[in-house]
Design a protein around this ligand. Structure first.
Ligand code: SF4
Length: 244
């Protein structure tokens, strides 16, 4: 079995509840959505996948796509997998390739906490097929005001129900124009579906600056805290650190 991969590298997780943890990132190609703020190259499947040859070297080699399961496992092993908190499956939307997970994920052994899925939270059927193989799920709720997408609440709700059988949290990207009712809907959906799940509010960053004022961010957090116990504001830190 093969899968198109954009890149594989070792770095520090810059978003969400695992911020600061060392992970190996496997970025799978392609996505089922088109968010207005997307910074991932999605237009055409890359002929080559870039893979880091050793942690922190910044030296990459290029392997022809799509990659076989054994090729991916070999690259992960070479990056000193045992020093890593976990392996992050990211994208794009990794669940587009849920059909290879049953073969791929057992081959990715050796990290300290297992497999961490970063997902846009819109493919509940695909998640249901592979949830038993995952250790942690970081899922998005896409807010229409920022993503430019239509509301996806019902897909997110069904997805969260399944994700919450594992360690999980929900992330929302917010900007100055995010209305209070969107944060309230997001918090309400968590409360009604999986009440213990944390909500991470991530300010939109573009060109190195935040797309929301600190005052507005604080208001949105307080509004969510009226509904949920655990609501955290966590900006993207990898951009500050200048790491991948
Ligand atoms: S879900 Fe993520 S990868 Fe897909 S379009 Fe949105 S920001 Fe880009």
């Amino acid at each position: 079995m093969t899968v198109p991969v954009t890149e594989i590298f070792s770095s520090v997780q810059g978003e969400g509840l695992l911020v600061g943890c060392r992970q190996i990132f496997i970025r799978l190609y392609g996505c089922n959505l088109k968010c207005s703020y997307c910074d991932t190259v999605l237009h055409e499947e890359p002929d080559l996948c870039r893979v880091e040859t050793a942690p922190d070297t910044g030296i990459f080699e290029y392997l022809p796509n799509p990659l076989g399961i054994n090729d991916i496992a070999r690259v992960v092993e070479r990056l000193a997998v045992g020093l890593h908190h976990s392996i992050s499956l990211t994208g794009g939307e990794p669940l587009l390739y849920s059909n290879v997970f049953r073969e791929l994920l057992p081959a990715l052994r050796g990290s300290r906490r297992g497999i961490y899925l970063e997902t846009n939270g819109t493919l509940p059927g695909e998640l249901a097929r592979v949830i038993d193989l995952l250790d942690m799920v970081a899922m998005d709720f896409k807010l229409p005001s920022v993503s430019g997408l239509p509301p996806l609440w019902s897909k997110h709700g069904r997805f969260l129900e399944i994700a919450a059988t594992k360690e999980t949290y929900v992330k929302v990207v917010v900007a100055e124009q995010t209305p209070s009712r969107e944060i309230e809907t997001a918090a309400g959906l968590i409360k009604n579906t999986a009440p213990g799940v944390p909500l991470v509010i991530q300010p939109l960053t573009a060109g190195g600056t935040m797309g929301i004022s600190p005052a507005r961010l604080s208001i949105l957090q307080r509004q969510a805290l009226k509904i949920l116990d655990d609501v955290r504001v966590i900006p993207q830190t990898h951009k500050l650190m200048g790491v991948l």
